[in-house]
Design a binder for this molecule. Structure first.
Ligand code: ZN
Length: 669
């Protein structure tokens, strides 16, 4: 590992800005810390809001990510108040948190790290703590202490494993006091702490010790060993089946990774033993759970039994270790699923969460492989993982998280989503928490819409899709399964419109309307319900039809006839899929002009002529002809789509919801 220190970058920085700088240097190295892991501090003088200057410990807030931390990610505490605590014999977690909180010098500061006292009790000005892969590779072996001594010599003190908190802080401080010449502490099966008189000294010591450890590790790289027999279709079937099983209690996003790196791990003959010992450092248990599920085969038919066995074992583990008054339980399903010959699946409430699980497990693989190539991997006893997984100080972080949104964990595919109703529906579903696949024949437009959704903090991915191309449609559904595990909501919306009286309508135009406005919906919904049936957790299909399907006008035959076929397709789908918990409903908008690509200049001219009004008067004509005399906007239609997508309409299928201001000839019947 090389140092990223730059003397130019630190010129003129105050202590907290310098603390931000080296914290980010550590955070930019995934083999040191991942997702809120690790913590850093500085001791300095700071004005006390009540007057005078105070000796201050400024420490990372609990759960803040070192890679992106800023000044507001740190909490300033009265150092002398913290040091008083070292005299105590014991201090339970709750009292410790209360006393640490009382020492805060800023009421708006984040909750200080759980490891605050460890930082306070080390007398040097700068302290850096990480969960470095290389250090864990050494400690997580049966003779871990000897491995650390061998690699790092007397440069570090060794601290036996204790759960973070008061006891660990005191233990670490006594090891330091016994030999203040050391440059760091190795916390057994947990990580590395370095310290120094300056930010640079503490940081450089960290990099140096990790580099020394790295030199001792000769990780064997085996490469995939088993023949790849799985086709993309098989992997997507397995993803659908797994996602269905993991989403029975609450919807989950499932990511898959079949890369050679993952295959090298999952194809090892010893995978069963390798993988069933526990994470490399306790705080990973919160993301990955203690154990991954190893599937016996790539056959989706084997998955239900394997998941059920995992869940039963997880429940037994909680029952065995929990106190009698313990009532909270995490979902019993696995977060990591390993499949020899295929790869890895990871689960999370959002794609970002599933990605974090995957990234952490990739580092777990490195540590396990490194240790196995040396003396063998040896993780902490089960009890220690349970104590972290169900530690009230960690569960507290869950309570801080905002409540789930209505469509959290669900995947929605919207076709024709680069503009108009499709775009509005994509945005509304994403805002409700769904992971939206924004598809359109216009790949650039789909990319822009997905980009806008992501910018606002929601989740979306673009997908180029011609709904009239059967192989493109079925491949899109497989891609969705591989990317996010499957599909829950389909908004079949893509459409075109041409105005012409049937007497002069060209066969081409008629055929093209049928291709997009009828067959396109057939292809999309056929693939969707097949995927939903494989998942076995139901689903919601919404067909964006038109008022014209029930109440056609003149000179619009190709459109109205194809849309009537689409509407009847929806009704038949509802009949055929109710037993699978799949709801199919239709939305019938009328005359949605704003933000629409459907209403081309030609179409406007054609419809104006058919109704005998001026083109300029067309929008007004449509508005006046409805009972509410209201213009219809894309957001009105999107709201109806959201209702039909959500569980609020869980008892509704085969329905037609008009969004037309009330057009009497179009009343559903
Ligand atoms: Zn730690």
């Amino acid at each position: 590992m090389r140092s990223r220190w730059s003397s130019d970058a630190v010129a003129g920085l105050d202590p907290v800005a310098l603390r931000v700088y080296t914290s980010r240097l550590l955070g930019s190295e995934p083999s040191l810390v991942l997702f809120g892991g690790g913590n850093t501090s500085v001791k300095h003088l700071r004005p006390d809001p009540r007057g005078g200057m105070r000796r201050t410990l400024t420490i990372k807030g609990s759960g803040t990510d070192l890679s992106s931390i800023g000044r507001d990610g740190f909490a300033p505490l009265a150092l002398d108040d913290l040091l008083l605590l070292r005299e105590r014999k014991t201090l339970d977690d709750e009292t410790m948190v209360e006393l640490v909180t009382l020492a805060l010098l800023d009421t708006r500061a984040p909750r200080p790290s759980i490891e605050t006292l460890l930082h306070a009790f080390i007398p040097l000005g700068w302290v850096d703590h990480s969960h470095a892969d290389a250090i864990l590779t050494l400690t997580n072996q049966p003779d871990g202490a000897a491995r650390v001594r061998d690699a790092l010599g007397g440069a570090v003190g060794l601290v036996p494993y204790v759960k973070p908190g008061f006891e660990l802080s005191k233990a670490a401080a006594s090891v330091y006091d016994a030999d203040p010449s050391i440059s760091g502490l190795v916390l057994n099966k947990h990580g590395l702490v370095t310290f120094g008189e300056t930010a640079e000294e503490s940081y450089e010591r960290h990099i140096e010790l990790v580099s020394l450890a790295e030199k001792r590790i000769a990780r064997a790289w085996f490469g995939p060993r088993m023949p790849t027999i799985q086709s993309q279709a098989d992997v997507s079937s397995l993803a659908l089946s797994l996602r269905g099983l993991l989403s029975r209690r609450r919807h989950t996003i499932v990511r898959s990774d079949a890369s050679p790196r993952i295959r090298a791990f999952v194809d090892q003959p010893d995978l069963g033993r390798f993988s069933q010992q526990g994470p490399a450092t306790p705080d990973h248990v919160l993301r990955t759970k203690r154990l991954p599920l190893v599937l016996p085969s790539a056959d989706p038919a084997d998955a239900p039994q394997a998941v059920a066995r995992y869940e039963a074992a997880y429940d037994a583990y909680v029952t065995e270790h929990a106190d009698a008054d313990h009532d909270f339980r995490h979902d019993p399903g696995p977060r990591v699923v390993l499949v020899p010959g295929v790869g890895m699946f990871t689960a999370g409430r959002t794609a970002a969460e599933a990605d974090a699980v995957a990234q952490i497990y990739r580092h777990t693989m490195n540590v396990i492989e490194g240790a196995e190539s040396m003396g063998g991997y040896a993780a902490l006893p089960v009890r220690d993982f349970f104590d972290i997984e169900y530690w009230p100080l960690e569960l507290y972080k869950l309570k801080l998280a905002p409540p789930d949104r209505e469509l959290a964990g669900r995947v929605a595919l919207v076709t024709g989503a680069a503009s108009g109703i499709g775009r509005a529906a994509a945005r509304v579903l994403a805002a409700a928490g769904a992971h939206v696949l924004v598809s359109d024949i216009d790949a650039t437009g789909a990319g822009q819409v997905a980009g806008l959704i992501c910018e606002s903090g929601d989740a979306a991915e673009p997908l180029e899709l011609d709904v009239t191309d059967p192989s493109a449609v079925s491949s899109a559904m497989r891609q969705a399964a591989i990317a996010v595990g499957g599909i829950d909501i389909v908004v079949s919306n893509a459409g075109i419109a041409d105005a012409a009286s049937i007497a002069v309508l060209e066969l081409d135009a008629w055929q093209r309307s049928l291709d997009v406005n009828a067959t396109g919906h057939f292809l999309v919904t056929k693939s969707a319900v097949r995927a939903m049936r494989e998942q076995r957790i139901g689903g919601s299909v919404i067909l964006v039809c038109t008022k014209n399907a029930l109440d056609p006008g003149r000179d619009f035959g190709a459109y109205s006839a194809a849309k009537a076929a689409q509407l009847q397709l929806g009704r038949v789908l509802a009949i055929e899929n109710g037993e699978h918990g799949i709801r199919v409903n239709m939305v019938n908008p009328d005359a949605v002009f704003a933000d629409s690509r459907l209403w081309s200049r030609d179409l406007r001219a054609g419809r104006a002529a058919a109704h005998g009004v001026d083109v300029d008067q067309l929008e007004d004509f449509y508005r006046r002809r409805n009972l509410l005399q209201s213009p219809i906007g894309v957001d009105d239609v999107a709201e109806a789509v959201l209702f039909l997508a959500s569980d609020r309409s869980s008892k509704t299928t085969g329905a037609i919801l008009p969004v037309d201001g009330g057009v009497r000839g179009a009343f559903p019947r």
